[in-house]
Write a new protein. Structure first.
Length: 268
């Protein structure tokens, strides 16, 4: 009878090829002999759990994908996956809420590995006010789909071609790093979205000395220009935390800062 179970060697070869590393490259990186690595990949040698995790670390294997490797080698899964609302993750959830709240009056949001909105501060909602298709705002909200959909935020983004290219490149890099098929489907969907005709010639291109790509939104109060940063947990051992990211937006100019602060005071 045929079996579809994958061996540890299969996993190692796949991740090594994704990272474009030869056996010699990985052996040198892991400080073991190429012969030893070859024996592990062929199944002639079973590594210790520590050695397996060491190889996974050198390959940059996401925590989610290390558990199947452990199982294939006969070890129990090591990395748990809990909801962010789980009592065990309460300190982490409090840290996320603190970062989001502390960033006000500027927008900040937390997303999971598929760019699904997990949490946001009060400054985010006003940016969604002009979204034509309200179904895009019904949970679960995919931040990339909301941003680039023709009936989402896309018509309000002054530098849409530039911002779109930036987001698609980030998504492409994430797919290369994780091999996640759901992200691959999302990339295809987003790539098929048409650009508005008036922006199809590369209009709205901004100049920030070639070091950043801003998000430029047209609003009733004027054009808002934001720079974004990404924050992740530094030493996660839980799958959920390892895949959580906080996107924080900072004003790219004094005009944006003044408008946002004025609206925050008015709302207060």
């Amino acid at each position: 009878m045929m079996t579809s179970a994958r061996s540890l060697g299969d996993y190692l070869r796949d991740w090594r090829q994704k990272r474009r590393m030869s056996q010699l490259d990985l052996a040198l990186e892991a400080e073991i002999s190429q012969r030893h690595l070859s024996f592990i990949e062929s199944g002639r040698s079973i590594p210790s759990r520590d050695m397996l995790l060491h190889l996974a670390e050198r390959l940059g294997v996401p925590l989610r994908d290390r558990n199947p490797m452990l199982l294939a080698a006969g070890f129990a899964p090591l990395f748990s996956e809990r909801s962010l609302d789980d009592p065990a993750l309460k300190p982490a959830r409090q840290a996320v809420d603190m970062v989001l709240k502390g960033h006000e009056p500027y927008p900040a949001l937390a997303i999971d590995r598929h760019w699904t909105l997990i949490a946001a501060n009060d400054a985010v909602a006003p940016l969604f006010a002009g979204v034509e298709d309200r179904a895009l705002l019904e949970g679960p909200i995919n931040v990339l789909r909301l941003s680039l959909h023709p009936n989402g935020l896309a018509p309000k983004i002054a530098n849409l071609p530039e911002w779109r290219a930036h987001l698609l490149e980030r998504l492409h890099q994430q797919i290369s790093a994780t091999g996640d098929p759901i992200l691959g489907e999302l990339l295809k969907e987003l790539s098929d979205y048409p650009l508005p005709r008036e922006q199809s010639e590369g209009s709205g291109k901004s100049d920030y000395a070639g070091i950043v790509v801003p998000l430029e939104l047209e609003t009733d109060a004027g054009r808002l220009s934001f720079l974004s940063t990404t924050t992740v947990f530094g030493t996660p051992v839980d799958v959920t935390l390892s895949e959580l990211a906080i996107e924080s937006f900072f004003p790219a100019n004094e005009q944006t800062a003044a408008i946002v602060r004025q609206k925050a005071r008015a709302n207060a």
